[in-house]
Ligand binder design. Structure first.
Ligand code: NDP
Ligand code: 8X3
Length: 258
């Protein structure tokens, strides 16, 4: 097995955290990011101990343009050869009618899911593109979209808009990064029980839980397994776009609850 360097944004919880465990279990080295430093360091320590592989925690807020470029450009040389980026940090805030929704929620979602997403992708793609292995694949960027970026649902307005942007930008990245032989995969999950809804509903546990009523939703591990699958295909094979839902969900709108 060739050991790779995997950079995961938003690894303190949910998909990002599950990806960290999945890739480490296969022997890969990790750079993991999130804002909650204590959690990030705990996870790094636990993974290093459990899987005997190196993990570098890199605490920053993806919305902070300077921090993103400074932290990523200054990783030690032995960590520079990033093979895979799981561009995952993101969030929804609120589920409100358009005219009633909070501007602050909108700004945070746009700043995180579009602008922060772009900063991280740009910083890492510059590093990948500068590699001199012109014959082979220089890297793989895996962007987290959503079924919310394929169909809009009621009161999803700006969250859906940010995920449509992820979908469009993933297509654009695939075209522009083609000359560097960098793979770009967009993963679009449906409902998955992580901290996502707790964040969206600002700590309201009952409302967060009700999102998954009668669904048997995806788990973070289901999504991490899928990301791992995409990342470990032969060099010549790239899944461009993948939508994944649980059995009881068709898309962002249609559910068959038990
Ligand atoms: P979680 O809330 O469990 O995890 C989100 C992660 O993103 C956390 O590690 C959080 O870390 C990090 N994060 C959020 N904002 C920032 C920031 N400004 N800077 C750095 N890190 C940040 O949610 P999920 O794992 O479910 O979500 C991951 C991605 O998947 C998101 O992009 C989400 O939109 C998408 N998604 C989720 C679905 C679901 O149903 N769960 C379905 C489809 C897509 P910290 O707070 O420590 O910064
Ligand atoms: C998260 C899934 O359906 O809540 O992107 O938008 S959904």
């Amino acid at each position: 097995m060739m050991q790779k360097i995997i950079f995961i944004s938003g690894a303190t919880s949910g998909f990002g955290k599950a990806c960290a465990y999945k890739f480490a279990a296969a022997g890969h080295k990790l750079i993991i990011n999130g804002r909650r430093q204590e959690r990030l360091f705990e996870i790094a320590k636990e993974i290093e101990k459990k899987y005997n592989t190196a993990v570098m925690p890199l605490t920053f807020d993806v919305r902070d343009e300077n921090a993103v470029f400074e932290k990523i450009n200054n990783v030690p040389q032995e960590w520079k050869n990033i093979d895979v980026l799981v561009n995952n940090a993101g969030l929804a805030l609120g589920r409100d009618y358009f005219e009633e929704a909070s501007l602050e929620d909108w700004n945070i979602m746009i700043d995180t899911n579009i602008k922060g997403f772009l900063y991280v992708a740009k910083a890492v793609s510059q590093i990948m593109a500068a590699k001199n292995n012109n014959a082979g694949c220089k890297g793989h960027i895996i962007n987290l979209g959503s079924v919310a970026g394929k169909d809009v649902y009621d009161r999803g307005n700006v969250y859906c808009g940010t995920k449509f942007a992820v979908d469009a930008i993933s297509k654009a990245m695939r075209v522009d990064l083609l000359r560097h032989q960098i793979k770009v995969t967009a993963i679009h999950p449906g409902a998955a029980e992580t901290e996502f809804s707790l964040v969206r509903f600002k700590g309201d546990e009952a409302t967060a839980k009700s999102v998954y009523d009668g669904l048997n939703p995806l788990t973070a591990e289901d999504v991490a397994d899928t990301i791992f699958y995409c990342a470990t295909l032969p060099e010549n094979v790239c899944i461009n776009d993948l939508t994944i839902t649980c059995l009881r969900q068709a898309n962002g709108i249609y559910f068959n609850r038990e």
